[in-house]
Design a protein around this ligand. Structure first.
Ligand SMILES: O=P(O)(O)OC[C@H]1O[C@H](O[C@H]2O[C@H](CO)[C@@H](O)[C@H](O)[C@H]2O)[C@H](O)[C@@H](O)[C@@H]1O
Length: 374
């Protein structure tokens, strides 16, 4: 196997999933290479303990892909007390990542004299996590909340999904959409002013990978056909292999099939999301770069007059949180019920709280403008 196709920069978990992060680790370490780093993103298990878990009887290493798949599984975490954070850890995490609802006034105080720009992840942020990715619908009340926010501030949806697919869920033409983990960016529909310079926005930095992604999608569908519950999703510039509905004892077989395909594609990498393996091009582009691109196209390149607020639940959202933190710009808000290592400043527990936060934003903006409350 070549070095390129073993890149696994992030392994994350999800909301109820006891997620862990394995930054810059390979899922398939080659000879002499260290096993994946400890789940540094997870609060509640030490690196030493995690490495120990990688060893089975006789010292044979468990397939690290399967291991990280297990660690990100709610059933696995629930049945493994050592993976659960204790009360002290939860309290200390809440102190360092307070609720964005409780801190609303402080957040708004920081926006004085600045243009707020909203960035919203989709799955797990605007819609609850469900078994079937095709049924991750957004509620009408959430749609109304996002629509109201977009009337007040430039608003973008930033998703791992194919842009058309996420648009079919959100159905609001006035938004910016960054699909395929930010590799497919489009501004609001024609007729809606979409940037300060009033130019349409369309950016696809991974176009040359389209044929390869089509090919790998077909190969993955074929190879995983025999594994009940496996679901391969074509996200245009990337592919998702879902294992949420695959029996845990089959995860090894699934990982093996994915590996057998991926070894032929050194220009693609695999990362892990919430019960999903994500296959995408090895290019220096992610949700963080998409955020920067959108701010620039809105006329806020290197500007201090902007306050971006990014809300997301996923490991891929960490790229955007990191950009905000490094630039000292705006705020990241992590949607999670459990402590996780994050670059976000604040937290919200679930999509219902995201909706409350959006409502408060709109009320705040309207009260500032002296408009009547709807
Ligand atoms: O960036 P996002 O908008 O959060 O997209 C990330 C992935 O979300 C979807 O998968 C996740 O949600 C599904 C529906 O709730 C769930 O079944 C799955 O287990 C989750 O991983 C989407 O299907 C993926 O293609 C996205 O990459």
């Amino acid at each position: 196997m070549t070095k390129q196709n073993v890149v696994v920069p992030d392994v994350k978990s999800g909301i109820n999933d006891m997620i862990t992060v394995v930054p810059n680790a390979s899922l398939f370490p080659s000879a002499g290479q260290k096993p994946p780093a400890a789940p540094g993103g997870y609060i509640g298990i030490s690196r030493k303990k995690f490495l120990k878990k990688l060893e089975t009887g006789g010292g044979a290493k468990v397939n690290p892909w399967v291991d990280s798949m297990k660690v990100s599984s709610p059933t696995h975490a629930k049945s493994t007390p050592s993976l659960s954070p204790n009360v002290d850890q939860i309290e200390s995490w809440i102190l360092s990542h307070p609720s964005a609802l409780n801190m609303f006034e402080q957040i708004m105080a920081a926006s004085k004299g600045k243009q707020i720009v909203m960035f919203l992840d989709y799955d797990g942020t605007l819609s609850p996590i469900v078994d079937n990715p095709d049924e991750a619908f957004m509620s009408e009340s959430m749609r109304r909340a996002v629509k109201a926010v977009a009337r007040c501030f430039p608003t973008a949806i930033v998703s791992g999904r194919c842009r058309d697919k996420v648009y079919s869920f959100v159905r609001l033409a006035e938004l910016y959409y960054a699909g395929s983990h930010g590799m497919d960016i489009k501004g609001p529909a024609e007729g809606v002013i979409c940037s300060k310079v009033n130019q349409p926005v369309l950016f696809q930095p991974a176009s040359e990978f389209l044929p390869m992604i089509d090919e790998v999608y077909k190969a993955l569908v074929e190879k995983t056909r025999c594994i009940r519950g496996a679901n391969v999703e074509h996200n245009k510039f990337c592919v998702s292999v879902h294992f949420r509905c695959v029996e845990e004892k089959k995860w090894g077989a699934l990982a093996e099939q994915v590996r057998s395909v991926m070894k032929e594609y050194p220009k693609l990498r695999v990362t892990q999301g919430r019960m999903v393996l994500e296959i995408r091009p090895i290019i220096a582009w992610d949700k963080g770069r998409a955020l920067e691109f959108l701010l620039e196209s809105l006329g806020f390149a290197n500007s201090k007059d902007v306050l971006p607020v990014y809300i997301g639940d996923d490991q891929t959202d960490e790229d955007a949180f990191k950009v905000l933190r490094e630039k000292g710009l705006g705020f990241g808000i992590l949607v999670s019920k459990i402590p996780k290592k994050t670059n976000a400043s604040y937290s919200l527990q679930e999509p219902a709280e995201v909706m409350l936060f959006l409502h408060r934003l709109v009320e705040w903006e309207r009260s500032l403008r002296g408009q009547s409350r709807v």
